[in-house]
Design a protein around this ligand. Sequence first.
Ligand SMILES: Nc1ncnc2c1ncn2[C@@H]1O[C@H](COP(=O)(O)OP(=O)(O)OP(=O)(O)O)[C@@H](O)[C@H]1O
Length: 314
Amino acid sequence: MTTTAIAVSGLRKTFGDKTVLDGIDFEVPAGTVFSLLGPNGAGKTTTVNVLTTLIKADSGTVRVAGNDVATDAKSVRSAIGVTGQFAAVDELLTGRENLQLMVDLSPVPAKDGKRIVTDLLERFDLVESADKSAATYSGGMRRKLDLAMTLVGNPRIIFLDEPTTGLDPRSRRTMWTIIRELLADGVTIFLTTQYLDEADELADRIAVLNKGKLVAEGTPEELKRQIPGTHVRFRFASFDDLDVAAGIMPESTRDDDALTLRVPSDGGTKSVRALLDRLDEHSLDAEEFSVHTPDLDDVFLALTGHDTAEVVAK
Ligand SMILES: Nc1ncnc2c1ncn2[C@@H]1O[C@H](COP(=O)(O)OP(=O)(O)OP(=O)(O)O)[C@@H](O)[C@H]1O
């Protein structure tokens, strides 16, 4: 049976006269990863703050783990874990002490505390540095410790606000592995990120926030299908060659300045060969050709590079 971990309906939030969230709706099924994408200042952190009871919405309803954030914030808080952009790690304490502090603050029975701390240090590969002060940790280690601290109370829903911003590629991958392990344990993950590849890699569903509205929502594949598809791009040596090529490929779009031609195609070897044969029949040679598959970057640009109203109207 699928249950809903997070249900948001008509969520609005303004700061002064600035409307940050202008009526957004979405649902997150339990045990899935939902990623909220959006440019800087789009309102991602504001959404996380409302969902995690840190700030109150102006209107709309938000239920997390079946509880209303406005009327039952306490139950919501006991069901969730939050790892923010500004880590909760206390730099003056060691990794072990930071984790123990979380145990002391949580309703976890004291007798289980030591085991939980040891388990988390092992799981996050922090045993060797466990007794060093967190100030000496690298960015990646600090993020891992922050996430480990979040897991002390065994939350079923975890909010990760830009968990890998500023991390090197290797630490990002380690974080992704940890996130996948959490998912395998049945945890629901709400992830905000600026990295489209991260959302592509991890998310079951993605919502794109722009100017206070959700301008798209779907699986990564669904979002990619929304924008012009795969195509082959040819670059020619001269305007004349481009002109002839455009004539024999009427389905193409040309860029006279770049001397390129963009031809819709599934990008498979058969169809690319057929296109090259067509050029060959007219004794035309392309200087260069490449197959281009839309990725989430293209989706993001297409959706947020325009005014929201325009995108929605399409
Ligand atoms: N407490 C506040 N008071 C006034 N304005 C605020 C407050 N919090 C956020 N804002 C404004 O709301 C807008 C959305 O901010 P938010 O932090 O939610 O965006 P974001 O999508 O998380 O951006 P980023 O990717 O930069 O973290 C911004 O214009 C911000 O300046």
